[in-house]
Write a protein that binds this ligand. Structure first.
Ligand code: GLY
Length: 373
């Protein structure tokens, strides 16, 4: 039964539409939802190793309520698992255990699990059924919604992938209780992104409540708001031909930062640094006033980023951004901002402007680190 505190958001995509369930302890509705959809045939649950460590009893108890043969498959935690090696392991496991076209794959974990398992699901036997159970803030507010799946290849982030929508998403906010601090901070990167994309109400709310964002009620509200914004965007532009690009605010820089640091940083932290760089570049190109620059920087700068973000090789970052999948005709397509809710797509900048923005980003991150708390 769905309790009153459970929220539902529809991602309306015609025959690919699906519900996102959000709430505390909402996993209890999962067995019924799966049976109701007639998905309980051949079930495999792919779980992040850390989530398995903390929640294996809860996960096992939940799935034994579903009358079918169940496999649990544990994925090593961390961005390194978003690789063709890990994909190969998973395909091998599926084939060795006789999984066929009637398979339902449920991914339980953060963005890495969602992207990796989502891509495996999209490609195994030309696509089987998928359900996401995001367990991190980042995956709850962003990556589990909208069907982006994929893996990294060499130093190139998400360069191999597919759009593949799940049948449902279950966001049980209880998982956030065991989330390590760095993961919480990482998730805030995407929350801040939604504050920039949305309106002053959300921006001011996130800024004002920043120190209490993880209170149960507030975080549930933030997740609901972010999922609703994303669902509305994805409904209008599922495959990112135009509007959906606004969700990449800060990400062109962020993917280059992650790649330059061999993925040894959290995605959300890179997004925070990437949004700082995007704000500086917007100002550099006279799209954003000095006054708004200062006001807007105050939100991402509430997060103290690791020192390595203040000493990156700008030449490498520039080169990586050129090879990003979002570049076209040798030009980097930036997503910039002129005001809250006013996002500018496919903006170009010259090398000097980009280097200036990167230098100012490093200086701001460094200054922020030495500022007393
Ligand atoms: N994370 C950006 C998107 O889903 O489009």
């Amino acid at each position: 039964m769905i309790s009153l505190s459970t929220k539902k958001v529809l991602v309306p995509l015609k025959e690919n539409s699906y519900q996102v369930f959000i709430g505390s302890s909402i996993l209890s509705i999962l067995p019924d939802e799966i049976k109701r959809r007639n998905l309980n045939k051949n079930l495999i649950i792919a779980v992040d190793g850390n989530v398995w460590y903390y929640h294996q009893e809860k996960i096992k108890n939940l799935f034994t309520q579903i009358a079918c043969k169940i496999f649990f498959y544990i994925v090593p935690p961390g961005e390194k698992s978003k690789s063709y090696l890990e994909l190969n392991e998973f395909y091998t496991h599926l084939l060795n255990n006789g999984f066929g076209r009637d398979t339902l794959i449920i991914g339980i974990g953060g963005g890495v699990i969602g992207d990796l398992i989502g891509f495996a699901t999209a490609t195994f036997m030309r696509g089987v059924q998928l359900v996401h159970i995001p367990t991190t803030l980042l995956a709850s507010v962003d990556s589990s919604i909208g069907g982006k799946t994929g893996i990294n290849f060499g130093k190139r982030k998400n360069i191999i992938g597919a759009f593949y929508q799940p049948k449902a998403v279950f966001i049980d906010t209880d998982f956030l209780d065991t989330l390590p601090l760095e993961e919480k901070i990482s998730g805030l990167g995407e929350v801040i992104k939604y504050a920039f994309l949305s309106d002053y109400d959300l921006f001011n709310f996130v800024e004002k409540k920043f120190n209490s964002l993880f209170d149960k009620k507030i975080i549930q509200e933030i997740i609901l708001k972010s999922v609703s914004i994303k669902a509305a965007i994805v409904a209008q532009d599922e495959k990112e031909s135009s509007l959906r690009k606004i969700l990449n605010f800060g990400h062109t820089f962020a993917h280059a930062f992650e790649s330059e640091m061999n993925f040894r940083v959290k995605h959300g932290e890179a997004v925070v640094a990437g949004m700082i760089a995007a704000l500086f570049l917007s100002n550099e190109l006279n799209l954003l006033s000095n006054q708004n620059l200062e006001k807007f920087l105050s939100l991402p700068l509430k997060i103290k980023l690791p020192l390595k973000f203040a000493s990156m090789n700008k030449g490498n970052i520039y080169d990586i951004m050129h090879s990003d999948k979002k570049s076209s005709s040798g030009k980097i397509n930036f997503v910039l901002i002129s005001d809250i809710g006013n996002i500018l797509l496919d903006v170009h900048a010259n090398k000097k402007e980009i280097f200036n923005a990167l230098q100012k980003t490093e200086d701001a991150i460094h200054k922020n680190l030495i500022k007393p708390l």
